[in-house]
Design a protein around this ligand. Structure first.
Ligand SMILES: [Zn+2]
Length: 255
């Protein structure tokens, strides 16, 4: 990642092992950046992460994001990881918040990670180690509740980095009623299928060839997670432009 100091480690990761990326997991080192850097080079560690921050704002990258770091057990396959210098109970420094935000912004651009807080392994966005429970190694105090409370701030900073408008308060405009079943207009079904596959619409909603309120709600959810794609064009339908449609398809089908 541009902006990170590339510090490749020869051991403790799986080459080419990264599947699609759901998000970025925040950790606390319970130690220093220097100590962690040397520990990850020791094959006895059996641990690593993709990124690491120092309290002063140094950003290391140890593992390429195409490769699997060993940071959160069952969550390694589909989540990137960032370790942070400090002890349990610390908060991240202002510099660390900016660095993690840069990692998240980059993961958004490169892997389609939505700019939002995730709170479970089924979610997407910026998560934290403890949310994975025992499947993720049972690290219930990593990174600690004070840092978990900072995740929303990191997401806001990442939105600034990407130039995206603030998320969370957006409601999709109602689709023109002329788009209700009408063979001359594009069908709403492919959009509904993609929204479901990407997790923005409940799978139990029946597909229908109109842009009803539930489709509009799902589009609003997508746009709140990806503010940059709000109404970026009108080639496919009134609320998802070509860039948004491409992003939604990546989220839905690049698994
Ligand atoms: Zn951890």
């Amino acid at each position: 990642m541009p902006g990170a100091l590339w510090r490749p480690i020869p051991v403790n990761h799986t080459r080419g092992g990264q599947d699609s990326v759901r998000g970025v997991v925040v950790h606390i080192m319970a130690g220093t950046l220097t100590g962690t850097d040397s520990w990850f080079r020791n094959s006895r560690a059996q641990a690593s992460s993709h990124f690491g921050t120092g309290k002063g704002g140094t950003l290391y990258q140890w593992v390429d994001t195409a490769d699997r770091a060993w940071a959160q057990a069952g969550g390694n396959r589909t989540w990137l990881s960032v370790e942070n210098e400090g002890q349990g109970g610390d908060v991240l420094t202002d510099e660390q918040l900016d660095r993690v935000a840069q990692v998240l912004a980059w993961a958004h651009k490169t892997h389609g990670v939505p700019l939002q807080v995730a709170s479970s392994p089924d979610g997407r966005g910026l998560g934290y180690h403890a949310m994975g429970g025992s499947a993720w190694g049972g690290h219930t105090s990593c990174p600690g509740s004070r840092i978990v409370a900072q995740l929303a701030d990191i997401v806001r900073r990442a939105q600034k980095v990407t130039g995206a408008p603030a998320a969370g308060d957006y409601t999709a405009p109602a689709f023109p009623s002329g788009l209700a079943p009408n063979r001359a207009k594009p069908s709403a079904k492919p959009l509904q299928r993609a929204l479901k596959a990407a997790g923005f619409m409940s799978k139990s909603v029946a597909e229908a060839d109109n842009y009803g309120p539930r489709t509009q709600d799902a589009v609003a959810k997508f746009h709140n997670a990806h503010p940059a794609y709000r109404a970026a064009g009108k080639s496919y339908d009134p609320a998802i432009g070509p860039r948004g449609w491409a992003a939604l398809n990546r989220l839905a089908y690049d698994k």
